[in-house]
Design a protein around this ligand. Structure first.
Ligand code: EPU
Length: 302
């Protein structure tokens, strides 16, 4: 979508919002799939309520993009604009065992920055790609760690109230790859409370997790991480693998040979290829196990 409303276009500079015309979502997502639209880079959190009010007033649909690492986007000219937060400086501010982290900060860098300051706990999250805001929204987790366990406060744009608010931990629930945030809430910053740990110990934990991840996941291929959530007590990857579906493809969308719950873009996969692969694998799992796998990947395919 190309923004053309003169009221919006003229308001962008004073809101500190940069417009990137014809931005490619294929270039901004780890799957490397997706069409083009206008991208609005929001440099000041305080500008969000006014910007969103303008878009809503003009009937312009929008979506909010974090790191793009858990996302499948449709091809072609997209029917909505995309908002993205610019990084705030500093990305992380420490105070005792508290870390105040900007939602646009890179999750991995945040984990290592905290480690250098003898704050641990998040070692398992080290190889999870994406932003802190994205990890928060999904309650990202790996190797026994979930980011939600460390959250004390979240600053967010609350869509229901059209304003920026702060929620305390007792106002948010974090479950397996699920949170109580509304789908159109926008994470802005988070305060984490992290346990003190010597740097060397944290680095050793990080090394072990990195090794496990390298040996079991296709890190050098384009993917969105795990496609399906694990069913209670089970592993979607193992179930798909047991059906001998590794390497099963639709066009260039392919079930990874390394981890069967990672579907990779092995070349120039189209969104329709990936959707068809997801549907066919889900069907095969349903036929074999009588169980409907739920997507973990977020779809912007309508
Ligand atoms: N397995 C297979 N074949 C496969 C994949 C896995 O047999 O192709 C077996 C493994 O050998 C293991 C079991 O299934 O015995 C579980 O596999 P793994 O340890 O790789 O964990 P997972 O349940 O498949 C989850 C998360 C990952 C996270 C890892 C490590 C989900 C959907 N996936 O995977 O998260 O990195 O644990 O903690 O919860 C993601 O969220 O995108 C993601 C990749």
């Amino acid at each position: 979508m190309k923004l053309s409303d003169p009221r919006i276009l003229s308001a962008l500079p004073e809101l500190g919002v940069e417009r990137v015309g014809g931005a490619s979502l294929a270039e901004r997502t780890s799957l490397g799939i997706g069409g083009t639209t206008d991208l609005l880079l929001v440099r000041r959190h305080a500008a969000l309520p006014d910007l969103i009010a303008l878009l809503r007033g003009a009937g312009v649909a929008y979506k909010f993009l974090g790191g793009g690492t858990n996302l499948l986007v449709k091809d072609g000219e997209l029917p909505w604009v995309v908002l993205q937060l610019g990084n705030q400086e500093p990305g992380v501010r420490l105070e005792g065992n508290s870390a105040r982290v900007d939602a646009a900060a890179d999750l991995g860098r945040t984990v290592t920055f905290c480690a250098k300051n003898d704050l641990g706990g998040m070692e398992g999250l080290i190889g999870v790609p994406g932003t802190v805001g994205g990890a928060l929204r999904m309650n990202a987790g790996a190797y026994g760690t979930q980011i939600g366990s460390y959250v004390r406060e979240v600053k967010l744009y609350r869509s229901a109230d059209s304003r920026i608010e702060t929620l305390w931990e007792n106002q948010i629930s974090f479950e397996y790859r699920h949170t109580s945030f509304a789908p159109d809430d926008i994470m802005l910053a988070v305060k984490l409370e992290l346990p003190s740990k010597p740097y060397r110990e944290i680095i050793e934990g990080i090394r072990v997790c990195n090794e496990k991840r390298r040996s079991s996941q296709p890190l050098n291929q384009k993917s969105a991480g795990c496609i399906f959530k694990n069913p209670p007590g089970g592993s979607a990857g193992r179930m798909i693998d047991d059906l001998a579906l590794k390497g099963f493809s639709v066009g260039d969308a392919r079930v990874s040979d390394r981890h069967a719950n990672f579907f990779v873009n092995a070349g120039h996969a189209k969104c329709a290829d990936m959707l068809s692969l997801i549907a066919q694998v889900r069907e095969r799992v349903h036929a074999a196990y009588g169980m409907e796998l739920e997507n973990e990947v977020i779809l912007w395919t309508q």
